[in-house]
Design a protein around this ligand. Structure first.
Ligand code: BJW
Length: 227
C-alpha cells in the first residue's frame, strides 16, 4: 500500500541551498521589518522598498540550486503518493523534480495585479510602474502571500490531510499560521506525524516523532526508509 504523505516545508529545507531563513540568527527578519516588507500595508506605504526586497530574493533564488533534501522528496514521488505543501517561494522543489507541489505562500516567479488579480510570470526585476498585461493598471505586485492575506490552496490542503496516512513537517519553525496548525489537524484526524528540523520547532511536542539535524542529512535518510 502506498502511503498518502503530506509534506509541509519551510525555509530550513532551502538553507543549505544558500537561501536565508526568516527567524534564525541573522535571518531575513533580522534585516528587514516584517511590517515593512511582508504586509499589504507595507506595500501600500512603500511599494519600491517591497519590490526591491523581492527583486533581491528573486535574484538569489534564481542562483540557488536544490540540495539533497529537495532531491530526496522528488524521488519519493516515485514510490509514495506525495503532496509537498511549501511555504517557500523559491521554486527549488520543482527544480529538483517534484511534480506535486502546492505553493501556499505564493511564488517569486509569479507576479499579480492588485487591481484585477490577474497572474503572470514575473520578470527578474519587477518595478512599481509595471503595468498589468491584462487590465493595464499600475498595480502589479509579487504573487506572495503576506501577513493578513489568505494562503493559497487551503481547501486542497485540508482535503489532502483528510486522506493522509502520514504528515511530515520539514525545516519550518512552526510560528506562522495556518501552516503551524497542520500538525494539530493531522493529529485530530489520526494521521501519523513527524518533524524533521535543525532544532525542535514551536510545535515540537505535537509531533509523534522528531528527527533533529540538517535537512540534507535527515530527509534523504527518512525518504530511504519510506522507499
Ligand atoms: C533547518 C535548517 C536546515 C534552519 N535543515 N532545518 C495570532 C495568533 C495566531 C495567528 C495569527 C495571530 N495574528 C495573526 C495571525 C495570522 C498570521 C500569523 O501566523 N502570524 C504569526 C506571526 C502569529 N498568519 C497570516 O496572516 C497568514 N494568513 C492567514 O492566517 O489568513 C487567515 C486565514 C487562513 C486560512 C484560512 C482562512 C483565513 C499569512 C501568512 C503569510 C506568511 N508570509 C511569509 C512571508 C511571505 C513569503 C516570503 O516572503 O517568502 O511567509 S512570513 C514567513 O514565515 C514566510 C514563511 O513562509 C513563513 C514561515 O517561516 P518558516 O519557513 O517556518 O521559516 P523560519 O525562518 O521561521 O524557520 C526556519 C526553520 O528551519 C527553523 O526552525 C530552523 O531551525 C530550521 N532550519 N536550517 C533543517 N539546514
Amino acid at each position: 500500500m502506498r502511503e498518502q504523505i503530506v509534506i509541509l516545508t519551510g525555509a530550513g529545507i532551502s538553507a543549505e541551498s544558500g537561501l536565508g531563513t526568516f527567524r534564525d540568527e541573522g535571518g531575513l527578519w533580522a534585516q528587514h521589518r516584517i511590517e515593512d516588507v511582508a504586509t499589504p500595508e507595507g506595500f501600500a506605504r512603500d511599494p519600491e522598498r517591497v519590490q526591491r526586497f523581492y527583486n533581491m530574493r528573486r535574484a538569489e533564488a534564481r542562483e540557488a540550486a536544490p540540495n539533497a533534501a529537495h532531491f530526496a522528496l522528488a524521488a519519493l514521488e516515485a514510490v509514495q503518493d506525495v503532496l509537498v505543501v511549501t511555504q517557500n517561494v523559491d521554486g527549488l522543489h520543482e527544480a529538483a523534480g517534484s511534480k506535486n507541489v502546492l505553493h501556499m505562500h505564493g511564488s517569486l516567479a509569479r507576479a499579480m495585479c492588485g487591481a484585477c488579480a490577474a497572474r503572470w510570470d514575473a520578470p527578474l526585476v519587477m518595478q512599481v510602474a509595471d503595468a498589468c498585461p491584462h487590465c493595464a493598471a499600475q498595480a502589479t505586485r509579487p504573487d506572495i502571500v503576506w501577513f493578513g492575506e489568505i494562503p493559497y490552496g487551503m481547501e486542497e490542503i485540508d482535503a489532502a490531510l483528510q486522506n493522509a496516512t502520514l504528515f511530515a513537517s520539514i525545516g519550518t519553525s512552526g510560528n506562522v499560521y495556518p501552516a503551524a496548525g497542520f500538525v494539530a489537524e493531522a493529529r485530530r484526524l489520526g494521521v501519523r506525524t513527524v518533524e524533521l528540523n535543525l532544532e525542535p520547532s514551536a510545535g515540537y511536542s505535537l509531533f509523534e516523532e522528531a528527527r533533529i539535524g540538517p535537512a540534507s542529512e535527515t530527509v534523504p535518510k527518512w525518504v530511504a526508509e519510506l522507499s
